[in-house]
Design a protein around this ligand. Structure first.
Ligand code: GCW
Length: 712
């Protein structure tokens, strides 16, 4: 409701007409009346189409809940909230189905669906949501709500669905003091200083959002972990969060600091083979389970980017992981051990590092260990080939790590829909067991019969009212969850669905927005890192800095990756270079090893190409680069136009917010384009073709601008 108080001064001196005008202005500009994005894809706005609303009202006059658990109660309550809001009428929750009325019946029955799955069936005029676990009923309830939010016929709601992957998790890189490593949407959601006494209601909304897309695990702290989280004080704070999440079928996990036995326990060593160290972890784990009985397990970044690990004591990753696995096993907890490792070796190719360190450890890990692998071999670049570890550890469950937060994808300023990136990796064929050995089939366990399966997304959430900073970045959280549940869904179907739930159900604008989303990642790649370029970044990972040639280690410079010289551009990873290609099966490496046939998006990942070389596009390397940088940048203008065309169908506040970000995105696309081309030009010794508008400044001027981003 909008409350309106007439200011005293106005009451005295203004005419009624003026007051009415003011009233109208206040209403139309009052931010409280606009959509602030907080509700995400769970908006439940009243259904305007009276035909649909009448049909739904007839079908849903009650929600019958056997009511034996918090999770079932939450399923019923969500249906009640959603339906009541969409129908404009309170729908009651009852214990048993009302006679002579139609409604929704929640049922838990062993035969309904496997694992976390659910079925939605029409029985007579009732709609039955059934599952063998309470969580399945919750997922089914959200699926039904999704169906209704899209205003689809009730008769078509029948479906049977089970997740393909067991552990579908978010990884938060949140620090104890409230900052988020690589977070661009405000500060941490977790208010550590207030917990456990004060439990922010927002934690419940976070859990609802996750459960609505099937996410069933969350790691609440950064992999660059503070030992503080293992203290009793912090465990009680974590327990308060876990208490909220549990009611939505979500387990809580912690990232651990491998050296905690020393730093926290006061031991002389953290050697994983030392009996005292092992005992320390066993005791600590027991303590954790006494405080959080359904604790999920540990996520570990070890011997990576300066973090401590078993190699500090001459032990292997398997030794470290197995020690923790032993402590967790009695409680059915799991260890998720990250494979993101690389050494500061000037002669090594970082591309090969994870494979080199892990492939030989296959089969040496305990049963409750999952090795978590980033989608690409380097580090969440805008486009990477799939990591060669996938397929090469048949005896060790490999989990997938995607990054939702846009560390290398323009933070919260650039609109990049990531589902095409996820799909590109999941659908890639490793050929390890013949054709069709996709990365998805490795991660879902079907190829190697993994007993444990896991997929993680590094969260893009924060304290910003709309959760993700860029309103459109909500789609990346959504798409991750939907693909974690079913990797066979298409990026397009998810984009359409998300748009209908979040922005509008009108077909034309839905099509226009979906179109922007589907092209957005390629557009970004074109103006940012086309043709297989990577890591031209400053320390902030935001501004272009292809000239960066000095750092504490060679693989933290830009020139290490692009290798521009007077002959050409790109990293030779064929047999004449680092031969990283040998880490793939011949069917894969053959397709990439030949510069003539290597797909252009991967060309400079694997080849050093001469500036004048004619590519499969018919253009020379230099011309192709110019073409991509310019079309990528111009395409942002297309995004702006397309977005402007949906103005009347999208909430004004969200529309204005995205419009502003698109203006900035175009400016920055020009910045990226000019930085790269001005930097590469002296190497290529060729001009930017006259048909393109020439860069506005000099290389020195662009560099000055970048410096601003690096100032303290
Ligand atoms: O990409 C790098 C990030 C680090 C991150 C690291 C990792 C959490 O720049 O901030 O640390 O990856 O994945 O461990």
């Amino acid at each position: 409701m909008i409350t309106f108080t007439i200011p005293a001064s106005y009451r005295r001196s203004r005419s009624l007409a003026q007051l009415l005008l003011l009233f109208t202005l206040v209403i139309s500009t009052n931010p409280a009346s606009a959509d602030d994005g907080y509700r995400l894809w769970l908006r439940y706005d009243i259904i305007q189409n009276t035909q649909v609303r009448t049909a739904y009202t007839r079908s849903f006059s009650f929600i019958a809940n056997p009511g034996t658990s918090d999770i079932l109660d939450n399923a019923a309550r969500e249906l009640q909230t959603g339906l009541s809001a969409m129908l404009g009428k309170q729908i009651p929750i009852v214990r048993t189905p009302a006679k002579n009325q139609n409604g929704i019946v929640l049922t838990v029955s062993g035969a309904a669906a496997s694992g976390d799955g659910y079925s939605i069936q029409r029985q007579g005029e009732n709609t039955v949501v059934a599952a063998s676990k309470d969580a399945g009923v919750l997922y089914g309830s959200f699926a039904l709500l999704r169906h209704l939010q899209q205003q689809l016929p009730v008769e078509n709601a029948a479906v049977q669905s089970s997740p393909k992957i067991q552990l579908r998790m978010l990884n938060h890189w949140d620090n104890p003091e409230g900052t988020i490593e690589r977070g661009y949407a405000g500060s941490s959601l977790w208010k550590w200083y207030e917990l456990p006494e004060t439990v922010d209601p927002r934690y419940t909304d976070y859990a609802r959002a996750n459960a609505s897309i099937g996410i069933n695990g969350t790691v609440v702290n950064n992999v660059n972990a503070s030992a503080r989280f293992l203290t009793a004080e912090y465990l009680h704070k974590v327990a308060a969060l876990a208490g909220v999440f549990r009611r939505y079928g979500i387990k809580t996990y912690l990232s651990i600091h491998f050296a905690a036995p020393k730093t926290l326990g006061g031991l002389k060593t953290s050697d994983p083979l030392d009996p005292e160290v092992r005992k320390w972890w066993t005791d600590k784990t027991k303590e954790i389970y006494s405080i959080i009985p359904d604790f999920g397990g540990f996520l570990v970044k070890a011997n990576s980017e300066g973090e401590p690990g078993p190699q500090d004591y001459g032990r292997t990753h398997a030794d470290g992981a197995n020690m923790l696995a032993e402590a967790l096993a009695p409680f059915k907890g799991v260890v998720i051990w990250r494979a993101f490792v690389y050494k500061a070796d000037p002669n090594a190719d970082r591309f090969k590092a994870a494979y080199d360190e892990f492939a030989s450890l296959d089969g040496k890990f305990a049963k409750n260990v999952i090795v978590q692998v980033k989608n690409g071999p380097i580090d969440f670049q805008p486009r990477e080939p799939f990591s060669p570890l996938f397929g090469n550890m048949p005896g060790t469950p490999l989990g997938m790590e995607f990054q939702l937060t846009q560390e290398y994808l323009g933070f919260a300023t650039h609109w990049v829909y990531e589902a095409p990136l996820f799909k590109e990796c999941l659908d890639a064929d490793t050929h390890v067991k013949g054709k069709g050995s996709t990365v998805a089939r490795i991660v879902d366990g079907s190829l190697h019969n993994y007993p444990l399966t896991c997929i993680a997304g590094v969260a893009n959430t924060g304290s910003d009212r709309n959760w993700t900073g860029h309103p459109m970045a909500q789609a990346n959280w959504y798409a991750f969850g939907r693909l974690a549940w079913d990797h066979a869904l298409s990026a397009e179907a998810i984009a359409r669905e998300w748009t209908q739930l979040t922005l509008t159900t009108q077909p034309k604008p839905v099509a226009a927005i979906t179109d922007i989303m589907l092209r957005s990642r390629d557009i970004y790649v074109d103006y940012n890192t086309p043709l297989g370029l990577s890591r031209p970044w400053t320390g902030a990972h935001y501004a272009p800095e292809p000239w960066q040639n000095r750092s504490s280690r060679p693989d933290w410079t830009a020139i290490y990756y692009h290798r521009a010289d007077s002959l050409g551009l790109g990293f030779d990873r064929t047999a004449t270079g680092s031969n990283a290609l040998e880490q793939y099966r011949p069917e894969v490496s053959r397709a990439w090893a030949n510069a003539e046939t290597c797909p252009l998006p991967y060309l400079l990942w694997f080849h050093h190409i001469a500036w004048t070389k004619k590519l499969s596009s018919g253009r020379t390397l230099w011309d192709e680069l110019c073409h991509r940088f310019y079309t990528g940048t111009d395409s942002v203008l297309w995004m702006q136009k397309q977005w402007a065309s949906v103005r009347s169908s999208v909430d004004p506040a969200i529309h204005a917010d995205v419009t502003g970000r698109l203006l900035k995105q175009h400016k920055e696309a020009i910045w990226w384009r000019d930085a790269w081309l001005l930097y590469l030009q002296p190497f290529s010794k060729q001009a930017i073709p006259a048909r393109y508008p020439q860069p506005e400044g000099t290389l020195e001027e662009v560099k000055k601008r970048v410096k601003v981003y690096l100032m303290r």
